[in-house]
Design a binder for this molecule. Sequence first.
Ligand SMILES: [Zn+2]
Length: 524
Amino acid sequence: MDPERPRAEAFAVRDGRVVHVGSRADALEAAGGAGAAEHRFDRGAVLPGFIDSHNHMLWTGIQRTQADLSSCATIRDLLDRLRRYAEDHPDREWIVSGSGWHVDVLAEKRYPTRQELDSVSARRPIFLPRVGHAAAVNSEALRRAGIGSGTPDPRGGRIERDARGEPTGLLLEPPAVNLVGRLVPPLSRAERRRALSEVQQAYHAAGICGVIDPGLAPDDMAVYEDLWRERRLTVRSVVMPLAQTHEDPEALMAGLRAWGVRTGFGDSRLKLGGVKVYLDGGASLGTALMREPYPDERCRCGIQVTHTSTFHRIAEHCASAGWSLGVHAVGGKAIDIALGVFEDVNRRHPIRDLRFCLIHAYLWPTQENIGCARRLGVCVATQASMQYQFAPLLVRRFGKDLVGKATPVKAWIAGGITVGGGSDSPVTPYPPLLGIWHAVTRHVDALGTAIGADEAVSAAEALAMYTRGSAWLSFSEHERGTLRPGMLADWVALSENPLGADPMALREIRVAATAVGGDLVHGS
Ligand SMILES: [Zn+2]
């Protein structure tokens, strides 16, 4: 990944950093001669460790302790999974699932009813939240929340009811979801610390050495700090504080300012990234903010989560105080608004060095958007795995041609934009090789074909997104993302060289070993 020396036979590591790249003989000497420990890989390739530029690692870790419904294909599957989980966790008062599961992949294309969930447990409450916007619950959960046929819908939410007016167990949007959600006992700090610690091993097994965790509350930031303090944070983490825009943004920024810290504070293990703001919803939910109404929902263009004036105030604060800013913007209208605000703020406070970032930005950025991003030094956190996961649903909604133009990675790169690869785990799967495979092939299994081959990139470009590109978004390109003298010895050994591999086989490449700072964290 070093353009000046893209290939070498060997490299040497001392004190966690690369000290030499070149021939094996020279590397051995640089490492201290015959006594140096040596890792040999006779086939495949060793690359800089992968960095996921948009990965809710803590949330992913917590989900692993809850019932995992992400691979269920039918309602029956889902009920079996819950039954097993309930048996395996007799001490848990509540049965709670992770929220990264998808109704459109279930054969029935609907949520389970409360009666179906009652067949799993009538005594223990069941709460199955989904991507922050919906939840399916059983009768016991409804009872504890005091929800009955006479309960009115809360403002901004909906309690689904059957023909007789009885709640079905489906709750829509946070005001309704929270009627039950707030009763679920929160995980203790120790439980969250364990979840974060344990998920790191799974990440290393997938070749991940670093993440940007976007959008943390202070209490969750503290969990990262705990692990860092105990020297157990093996995935290098860039953490982004979440701007809670239903609260006063001035208070958030005043708080950040009072502490005197800003983006870049920290060390190579744990570092502060930019402030994270949600500007719109999600494509799979029909809440991404579009320039035109959704074809299947007359007159509705999605939801603007943060008002433009609030967003403007946050951007202005960030630019003047030395904070970077990452904005969740999925739909075209949200991308237009974000870049318009950045352009205006840039007139008073240049933002280039702050690397403001568009997160997702996949439902149709225009050439003007790309040109504007380039002028401002705005970078993009893109997720090939999201394009892969949501393509079938989006094709039903928008048609194949339009979806082929979504996640236009090739256009971003051609436009001179720095692009970081990532997954948005647990929303879509975290293995970088899955994302690399999709970015190169644009293949979608569920559709049996490639969608948008024009936006496919080369394997070298895809690898660069998950190494150099994400290192740039992490404010760490001076020590991560390439292997050359002076860089941190974060590397991954793959069973096959992705540059020579059959593109369709890229996702089957195995991660033989992963090292962070020269220490082996996976494989041997
Ligand atoms: Zn996300």
